[in-house]
Write a protein that binds this ligand. Sequence first.
Ligand code: ZN
Length: 430
Amino acid sequence: MRTKINRLLALGLALALMLPLAACKSTGDGGQSQTPAPSQNEEQPAATPTPTPTPEPEVDPYDAVRNYWSEDQLTQAWGPDQPVEHLFFHPLIAYPQFAFHDASIPESQRNGLDDWMVTVDEFKKIIQSVYDKGYILVNMGDVWSEVTDENGVSRMQRNTLMLPEGKKPLIISFDDVNYYEYMLEEGFTSKLVLGDDGQIWAECTDPYTGETFLTQDLDATPILDNFVLEHPDFSLNGAKAIYSLTGYEGILGYRTQNDIDIAADDPARPAFDAKRAAEIEAVKPIIARLKETGWTFGSHTWGHINLGSDKVDLAWVQRDTVRWAEEVGSLVGPTNILFYPHGARPDGDDWHNTGAKFQYLQSQGFRIFASVGINAFSYIKKDISAVICDRLHPDGTTLRWARSRYLQFYDAQDIIDLTVRPDLGYDFSK
Ligand SMILES: [Zn+2]
């Protein structure tokens, strides 16, 4: 609702600004004369003003975020040796009572939701807490950059970030923002959409009533959008979060994946292709709006493949990488950031070794390789232009069993919703 109000205010302001201009224009003498004398109006009826179409005012509420910090306020240099924290989230559980209790899903799946995800309410509390503790969102792509020396050798370097005084940089990433089919049965939202108001909304189906509606309250993207609109000092240069996307069930809730797995003579193919073409057209304006409002995109591999597994050989990694570029990169644009599925490092270890899979991925343009870990570890590789970095994971496992590690961001005791989560224990002394 807030964005609608902002828009109405903006519209009102724009109209107020246009009215004097319109009044001047109607005098027909370059806007120099005063209002015609009343007598003139009595003698001859005023000409019917020519209706001129009122242009939609181009006031974007996000401008206030983008321009909140002026350059002269960014006086704190955050050097290469100071950590840039990174938190990542899976899709939020919109209906926790349903997901944890009422959905007919196997126990193991239910526990997986508890392990790896947070609820909408927990997410909102986490965002409020990191904001209260002085973190500011930064664009992951601004943290490192590639430099080439006089011998033509390129390496990554950690940049010095210029921040407002008292703020600490934070990257947020959202994994698997694909709205997988299985999640739609478990109390999650189902896609991102562009509202008539120009803002991002989420489509959601109430699992109890079957009613489908648009919401900004049950999905991480519009929740973060609105939080940043209300707290513009939480964002450096308009940064929001980065999406880590697979491709096998399309992106952002749109089934944009291709049909190379369907036989050429399969009768289902024309319908699939028509649906795919429509989905591609439908997702484009959403991607455009997200990019315009500080969101960025990285790869999570096309097939969510386990890069650490021996079963996933180099040829598989190559096929997968090409497919991501064709089906996802073609829509969201190129990226140099790869988020390892399952946090699994290629070739067993990407820190001490640079194996064949890593080399291939680097040759395809990836420079920043993100895993999952227990702190803000990052390491610039010496033998190849690449940086590896870890992310922390607010979720059921860490809320229950790793409170101390996250105290710099929030107190798990204040966040975890034990009234709705399954009874799986916790130890807040850890
Ligand atoms: Zn994933």
